[in-house]
Each structure stands twice: as C-alpha cells, then as structure tokens.
Design a protein around this ligand. Structure first.
Ligand code: NAD
Length: 472
C-alpha cells in the first residue's frame, strides 16, 4: 500500500519551470489560433470525453480501486456517473450557454442594444486532489473546455493510478495541442504555478490554496479555490431516525470512508437523544458493513500511510482515547480504520480543531439545539452544513444563520449532485464555484457589449456645457 517511486515518477520530476513555460506557450499558440473558441471544437472534445467514459469505465473504476480500494459501485455512482452527467449536460446545453445574453438598455443610450458575451479566458490550469481523483479532475476540465479554453490538468500524485490513467486517456482521446495533463507533486505544481495562467481552479487544502493564490496574485490570475473544512450535522430528535442514520452513514463512511470534502465531520445533538442516535447508527452501520467492518469490501481504505498515521494520532490523543463509543479498530497493513464514533470530545482536541477527513465521527451534545449555532459559528465557515429535523422554524433559522458553501436539510452530500446548484465554498472553505453552467461561467469572461447606431445623436453630452444644458 505504500507509494513507490516508479520510473514514470522519476521522469515526471524532470518537469521544471522551463518546461512548464514551453507548455504554456504551446497551448497559448493553439488558443490564439482561435480553434478552441469554436462550438465545433468544444463539442468534439466533449463528445470524445463521453466516448472515453463509455469505453474506459472499467479502467477508471479499477484505478480508483487501486488508489483507494474504492468499491466499484461507489466509484461508479460518485465519480464516473457524475462526470457522465456533467459531460452530457454540457453537450446538451453548450449552444444555449454560448449564446450572448440580451440585456435591456435605457433611454440614455437610445437607440441601442446590449448583450453579455461569454468569451473564453485563454489557457487555464486545473490542480486536482486525490479523494475523488477522477471526478475532481474531469469536472473542471469539462467546464474549461465548454468555455473554449486550452487547459492543463495536474492530477494528484497521492492517487497515482488515476493520475496516470488520466494522463493516458486525455492524451488518447483529446486534442493535445490544447488539452494536456502534467503529472507530479510539489516541484511540478510549483513549476506550473510560476507561469501566467488565465484562470486556476484548485481543489485541495486551504494551506496549499494560499500557495496557489499567492502565485496567482503575481500575474493577477483569477482563482477558484475548492477547499474543505469541518462540515457539521445538527440532528434533532423529531426525525425519521432510521432514514437519518442511513443518510449520515451515506455522507460519512459510505462516502470514501469519510475522505470527502463534504463528508459530515461532526454531529451536534441533544444530550438525552445522543444514546438513541448512536444506537441507530450502530444498527445501520452493521446493516451496511456487517459485524466486522474491517473486513468489509464496501468501505474505501485510507489513501496513504501518512493519512492513516494522522487519523490514528487523532484517536490516540489523551483527551480523545477514552471517548470512543464505537469502533476504534485499525489495521495499518490494510490502511483500514473501522467506522468510529466519539462522544463529547473537548473542543480543544485536535479532532475538533482540524478537518477529520476519515471514518471518525465525533458527536457533541448540547442542552438545546440553538447552542449548536454558536458551536458551528465558532469555527471557520464550512463547505457544507447539514441539519436533520422536522421543525420548520429550525430549518429557517439554520438557513438564515449558518453560513456555509452549501447546505442540505434532512440528507447529506446530495446537493453536490443537484443540477442547477453551484458548488463551492465560502471564506476558509473556498471561493468561486462550479458545476454545470457555473463551470462554464467560471471559465468565461463576461464581456459587456453595447451596440449603438449613428442616429439620434443628442448634443447634450458634449461641451460647451451651456446654462441651458445645465437646466435640463
Ligand atoms: P493538498 O492541498 O495537499 O493537495 C492538492 C493538490 O495540491 C495536489 O495536486 C498536490 O500535488 C498539490 N500540492 C500539494 N502541496 C503543494 C505545494 N506545496 N505547492 C503546490 N502544490 C501543492 O490537498 P489534499 O490533502 O490532497 O486534499 C485535502 C483537502 O482538500 C481537504 O481539506 C478537503 O476538504 C479538500 N477538498 C476539497 C474539495 C472541494 O471540492 N471543495 C474536494 C476534495 C477535497
């Protein structure tokens, strides 16, 4: 399970700033030729992606199995099918998205007409991450292509099988004079970040997000930062407990073993309800993963030994180790950690201070649910916030008073796959958004165009500014 340095990696390390510069020059030349701007080019690339998804589905789920032991079904529903759906939406909507948007003009410019023209930005960079390494690479690439840009994708070195597959597939299926993959880690990303891009979409941690934004600032390059954070789930007692428990499991352990940016990070519930909730989670976890979840093939492993070590450390902290009410088993050789629930860990414990990104779920208890608002607001704004309740007033209060990238009432994670909703963070969880039309917009410049005729040229705006004009 350990990462080995393969000859390909050694080769990749030769990618330096000079090579990055040549690559950007080459892609800029393609972009400047105007080819990528045409509807025909965009649609041909999108159709090639659709073909690739049909033909290489097995290779994709195999790579995800290698990188994360992601169950094939989970890999399909959470990655392949999501990319398929983004791609078919783009193919279907592209003409409509590209159409200039008419805007009403006023008497001041009469006679005139106005429109907003979406133009591609140029050469863009997508830096992706390892937890949904196929989806989080391809979804932004689809957006960049739809908007008519040349694009470089830098997948994550932490999911090497998917990274290498993406490099091969995009080379095989797409126009390499405008779409390229650069594999590698920090040195390669640093070399890429030294270049002038027209937009960077970065998915990953806030720490590296700051590095990306500083590099972008040098060239005044706009960024979309898709970051993470601690996503809370507030659970009321007046709920359908079995459904809620399953949906929490779906957004935690059945979602890449909790290694997801919108995974439920911690739960807040009423003190007297906590035992009932924990019991329901136990029952439903057993339904999903059996009596011995360490043997289950239906839960992903931890991506790397270093992330495994990080998670074990969270559990071994003095303040935390006696708070385990379920799970806690770990197997370093398989990089597996059982679904683990902690009850009432102190707020200054590392598990409550950092994003968990793994199969550990702290449950905090309060006397009344209004207290949960202060707990959530005491932390940086999360990427997602969840609430389970049948209380309409509580729903309203949550939506009005909790700021987060996205929000979902009575379920987890599904907002990310809801067509028409933008996906993105706020404050520490990111800036900008994408998905569907929002991806197209994110990779376009919205150019304001006003058309006038030579008719009705009023002289009022021109000097001399006579007293008669001033009276008007
Ligand atoms: P990371 O920031 O370490 O890595 C992401 C990318 O940045 C990789 O491609 C990596 O090669 C590159 N990178 C790493 N260090 C770098 C450096 N010093 N200079 C330049 N580039 C560097 O993040 P991660 O550990 O892979 O991801 C975990 C975080 O990502 C979590 O916070 C999670 O919530 C967040 N995330 C967000 C989303 C989202 O859509 N908002 C999705 C998945 C993960």
């Amino acid at each position: 399970a350990t990462l080995s340095v393969t000859p390909e990696v050694e080769e990749k390390q030769a990618f330096d700033a000079e090579k990055a510069n040549l690559l950007v020059k080459e892609l800029r030349k393609s972009f400047n030729s105007g080819r990528t701007k045409s509807y025909e080019w965009r649609i041909s690339q999108l159709e090639s992606i659709a073909k690739m998804l049909e033909e290489k589905e097995k290779d994709i789920t195999d790579a995800l199995q290698k990188d994360l032991s992601k169950p094939a079904f989970e890999a399909f529903i959470s990655e392949v099918s999501q990319v398929k759906s983004s791609c078919s939406e783009a193919i279907q909507e592209l003409k409509h998205w590209m159409k200039p948007e008419k805007v009403k003009t006023s008497i001041t410019t009469y006679p005139s007409s106005a429109e907003i023209v979406s133009e591609p930005l140029g050469v863009v960079l997508v830096i992706s991450t390892w937890n949904f390494p196929f989806l989080l690479s391809m979804d932004p690439v689809i957006g960049a292509i739809s908007a008519g840009n040349a694009v470089v994708l830098k997948p994550s070195e932490i999911s090497p099988a998917t990274s290498s597959l993406l490099a091969n597939l995009l080379t095989e299926y797409l126009d390499n004079s405008a779409i390229r993959v650069v594999e590698g880690a920090v040195p390669e990303t640093t070399a890429l970040l030294e270049q002038k891009w027209d937009k960077i979409l970065y998915t990953g941690s806030a720490r590296v997000g700051r590095i990306v934004m500083s590099a972008a600032a040098k060239h005044l390059t706009p960024v979309i930062l898709e970051l993470g954070g601690k996503c809370p789930g507030v659970v009321d007692s007046n709920i359908n407990l079995q459904v809620a428990a399953r949906r929490i499991i779906g957004g935690k352990w059945a979602c890449n073993a909790g290694q997801a940016c919108i995974s439920v990070d911690y739960i807040i519930t009423k003190r007297e309800f906590a035992p009932t909730l924990i019991n329901a989670l136990k029952v439903e976890l057993e339904q999903c993963f059996g009596k011995n979840p360490m043997e289950s093939k239906d839960m992903s492993r931890i991506v790397s030994p270093s992330h495994f070590g990080r998670l074990v450390k969270l559990l071994e902290e003095d303040k935390v180790s006696d708070k385990i009410v379920l799970g806690g088993q770990k197997d370093e050789s398989k990089l597996k950690i059982a679904p683990t629930i902690l009850l009432d860990v102190p707020d200054d414990s590392t598990v409550m201070q950092e994003e968990i990104f793994g199969p550990i779920l702290p449950i905090l208890t309060v006397d009344n649910l209004e207290e949960s608002f202060d707990i959530i607001r005491s932390k940086p704004k999360p990427l997602a916030a969840y609430l389970f309740t049948n209380d309409e007033q509580l729903k309203k209060d949550y939506v009005q008073n909790i700021s987060s990238g996205g929000m979902l009432i009575n379920d987890t994670i599904l907002h990310v796959a809801t067509k028409g909703l933008p996906f993105g963070g706020v404050e520490e969880s990111g800036m900008g958004s994408y998905h569907g039309k929002f991806s197209f917009d994110g990779f376009s410049h919205k150019k304001s165009v006003l058309y006038r005729s030579f008719d009705a040229d009023s002289t009022i705006r021109y000097p001399p500014y006579t007293p008669q004009k001033e009276k008007l």
